[in-house]
Design a protein around this ligand. Structure first.
Ligand SMILES: Nc1ncnc2c1ncn2[C@@H]1O[C@H](COP(=O)(O)OP(=O)(O)OP(=O)(O)O)[C@@H](O)[C@H]1O
Ligand SMILES: [Mg+2]
Length: 253
């Protein structure tokens, strides 16, 4: 069955100007992300992964070209409409952890639900269940500066999931976690993906990458490889790891 496209870019370019020099980071990129996929974006440091994630999630303006979400151009949306779309349909876990320092864990997770129409009791139950899954139930009254990097990262993930996003974007979500905490986070991503939510995740970590069913390899702002794992008949994670590792090695990872 042909997959439905949820995000599409058309000749997308993103450049930065610093010290009078133009740095073209994303170069004429045409890409489609499919609904229900767990898409992984990999590539060396500086290849433009975070920049691409910010561009396709409407967190940052593009330089030229277009981004479509569910067949609608979002590139020229008014800031108010973009904010509404982000709040209702998209969740984002950043590379650096951006918690609000003067709010508790509970309030941080609650913050994206302000002005949504969901009933308060439902939100409270959802926060409790997310906190439990992330082993954070005892910490809900703490402030970010009273927590470890890994704990803060897990709070950021709860916050990204609170509004049940159609697409969860995550930039190196396991970067500051040890392997068992990383596994907990990846299990959550796998579960929400099995429940139908799309995931787009940037990672440097092979263990994280094999959670995806598709791996896009970015090199110098262009797509240099696109591995569709659905096309392989792989049943166990060891074989999956081998296929992914071979793909990445060929790309010079
Ligand atoms: N706000 C910015 N202003 C100027 N240059 C930027 C900005 N953000 C990113 N860049 C530049 O764009 C390039 C790509 O950065 P990006 O953060 O997308 O890389 P990345 O692939 O995510 O790397 P990493 O794996 O290290 O996170 C880098 O050369 C970086 O210096
Ligand atoms: Mg990055």
């Amino acid at each position: 069955m042909k997959k439905k496209v949820i995000i599409k870019t058309e000749i997308l370019c993103k450049s930065f100007v610093s010290d009078g020099e133009i740095n073209n980071v994303i170069k004429n990129l045409d890409m489609e992300i499919y609904e229900g996929d767990f898409t992984v974006i990999m590539g060396s440091s500086g290849s433009g992964k975070s920049t691409l994630l910010y561009s396709i999630s409407g967190m940052d303006e593009v330089t030229t070209g277009k981004v479509l979400f569910e067949n609608q151009y979002i590139t020229n949306l008014k800031e108010k409409d973009m904010a509404k779309l982000r709040k209702e349909k998209l969740g984002f876990v950043f590379q650096g952890i951006h918690l609000i320092p003067n709010l508790t864990v509970y309030e941080n997770i609650l913050s994206p639900t302000y002005k949504t129409k969901v009933i308060r009791k439902e939100i409270e139950d959802k926060i409790d269940s997310l906190l439990e899954k992330m082993h954070l139930s005892m910490q809900k009254k703490k402030f970010p500066n009273q927590m470890s990097g890994g704990e803060k990262q897990r709070v950021a993930i709860c916050r990204a999931l609170i509004n049940n996003p159609k697409v969860l974007f995550a930039d190196e979500p396991t970067g500051s976690l040890n392997s068992s905490q990383g596994k907990d986070v990846l299990d959550i991503f796998t579960n929400i993906n099995l429940e139908g939510q799309s995931v787009v995740m940037v990672t440097h970590d092979l263990k994280a990458a094999i959670r995806g069913n598709r791996i896009i390899y970015l090199k110098d702002g262009r797509i240099d490889g696109d591995l569709q794992l659905d096309e392989y008949d792989i049943s166990n994670s060891k074989d999956r790891e081998e296929v992914v590792f071979k793909f990445l090695s060929e790309k010079g990872w």
